[in-house]
Design a protein around this ligand. Structure first.
Ligand SMILES: Cc1cc2nc3c(=O)[nH]c(=O)nc-3n(C[C@H](O)[C@H](O)[C@H](O)COP(=O)(O)O)c2cc1C
Length: 248
């Protein structure tokens, strides 16, 4: 496999937050989940399982669950300084969820008991952040593969985080076994807009050779400014996105 093509895929993949309702070709979902199956996991524990939701009513119920949590998200975000508020939560809930039209939702769930596949000392010596950390890293690797596979197939995808306020309801809705964790829902479909150019820190800012280069160390004030700049950069995108939402 060629590095250039691989990098092109990484650079090309973007979070998509509004979708066309058009169905995706048969077999694409299997290809996407197949990619996730090959993700790295601690001790090869492979905790992830994937619920493919295409049914309109079920998707609508999932959207409704996240919708109900929006006032809580907004109330909490308001407690931050204005310049630090995440653009997605910087305004009162609009009641519009761009991912609602995606033809497929891939609901990722996982069995935390699989941490036992890893070395015994790991969880006790907090390797990879302990059992919970290992489990979450394993799940995240699989989710990353889902997104990359979707991009490789010319599709858009979104990482919709599931939080504790709606995770239990989601589990009940989909009949997920008790004790499983559902960290993410991944809507997949054709993008309904062109995303703004991505931003990443420069290579020289994040690379160190042989030892940590302290000239690159960021003070608390630098980090604060970094987040503010990040917000300003992405707010434009979210504002444009919201305008598009109300004037589709
Ligand atoms: C752990 C994690 C949680 C995320 N949660 C959400 C989310 O709830 N909603 C969302 O739209 N994007 C979410 N994202 C996507 C990020 O916002 C996105 O990756 C980042 O802004 C960079 O943009 P890009 O994916 O287009 O490169 C999440 C990403 C990660 C890794």
């Amino acid at each position: 496999m060629k590095y250039d093509g691989f990098l092109e895929l990484l650079r090309h993949r973007r979070s998509i937050r509004r979708f066309k309702p058009d169905p995706i070709p048969d077999g694409y979902v299997e290809k996407i989940v197949e990619a996730a199956r090959w993700a790295m996991s601690g001790g090869n524990g492979q905790p992830c399982e994937f619920i493919v939701v295409k049914d309109k009513n079920t998707k609508a119920k999932i959207v409704e669950l996240t919708d109900k949590v929006d006032p809580l998200r907004w109330a909490m975000e308001k407690t931050r300084l204005e310049e630090l508020r995440h653009p997605a939560r910087a305004k009162p809930p609009s009641g519009h969820h761009g991912f609602k039209d995606a033809p497929v939702f891939i609901v990722v769930c996982g069995d935390p008991r699989t941490w036992q596949a890893t070395v015994l000392c790991g969880p006790y010596l907090r390797g990879d952040g302990g059992p919970e950390g290992t489990f979450i890293m394993n799940m995240a690797n699989a989710v990353q593969n889902l997104h990359l596979a979707a991009a490789a197939l010319g599709l858009g995808s979104q990482w919709v985080s599931v939080n504790s306020a709606w995770q239990t309801s989601l589990g009940l809705l989909l009949g997920v076994p008790e004790g499983f964790i559902i960290p993410v829902v991944v809507p997949v479909g054709y993008p309904a807009y062109e995303p703004a150019p991505p931003y990443r820190r420069e290579l020289e800012e994040i690379m160190h050779f042989e030892k940590y280069d302290w000239s690159k160390y960021r003070s608390p004030e630098d980090i604060y400014q970094f987040v503010i700049n990040l917000r300003q950069r992405t707010r434009k995108h979210y504002t444009k996105f919201r305008i598009n939402e109300s004037n589709p």
